[in-house]
Design a protein around this ligand. Sequence first.
Ligand SMILES: Cc1cc2nc3c(=O)[nH]c(=O)nc-3n(C[C@H](O)[C@H](O)[C@H](O)COP(=O)(O)O)c2cc1C
Length: 317
Amino acid sequence: MEWKTRVTELFDCKYPILEGAYAGFGNWQFAAACAEAGAHGCITASTSRTPEQLKEDIRSCRKATSGSFGVNLSFGICPRIEDMLEVCIEEKIPVETAIYKPDALAPRIKEGGIPWIHKSARVKDAQHAEELGADAVIVVGLEGVGFKSPEQLPTFITTSWGSRQVKVPFVAAGGIGDARGFLGALAMGADGIMMGTAFMATKECPTNEASKQGMVETSPDNPRLRWRVLSHASPKDYAEVLRKRGDLPLSEWLPMLERIQPKDSDWEGPPDIPEPSRVGSLAVGAIDSIPTVKDFIDGIIREAEEMVEKWAWVKGR
Ligand SMILES: Cc1cc2nc3c(=O)[nH]c(=O)nc-3n(C[C@H](O)[C@H](O)[C@H](O)COP(=O)(O)O)c2cc1C
């Protein structure tokens, strides 16, 4: 079966599956493994640290795979973000901007003529990115990890409602990690999915074995995990930080916004609840082993095709 959607057309990848970005370990080797397996891989520019290194990393990735990959530029995390963008334009590599509004980079991305996808936590930020000319958008639902907003909605409604709000291709994310989530997202109107947590439990992910095993062992209904992932900033703290916007450089303001998100430290529930994995989203519910990236993606595609086959009765076949 050919998995052809507007996302596979935009990025020229085999499957409408995007690798998430990872500050600290989203390197070219991992991106190449994902691209080789048919997904759209992602080099996280903040992991490359400098534009010079990013250029080398892009070239190394190109040598390692003929598959599709892009570069994540996260506002507030990525150093020298404008110079990083220049490297992407020179190398003709798709970019994924993330976190908050991409206004500062939008004109240059459009001028550079490279494919551009923007990732946000709110549907309204996706709409804004579309107005600025983004070719596609990713909206991460509450079940996911990363930037949180009091206006963020669960992935189900984010995808079914959000995909109706934009005309450009829509990528669903947040708690997705298996064929059910993949097909469900497509059925809800998405043109593709992004997975962050689920890719982290693969052999090639450059994180330690203990954190991978932690994700295998953590159940999505662990109350501490649920507390950390599903909580968002208190509207009071959020309003306080928003008031400071404009008074500080974006590079200082965004980390401040990020710092009000984590709920790890203030768990006030019963003490006998097992400590969940320190990383990862509710997608841990889909993680029960640590396969290679290829086996992981092949498994999702195989299972999705079996499910579609089972649904053939819908067409009266
Ligand atoms: C350890 C970790 C680091 C991340 N770092 C970034 C980052 O630097 N920039 C970014 O845009 N997203 C980052 N993300 C978010 C992912 O790219 C992706 O949007 C998210 O994981 C999707 O939700 P899921 O984990 O439920 O699949 C990170 C996620 C994890 C787990």
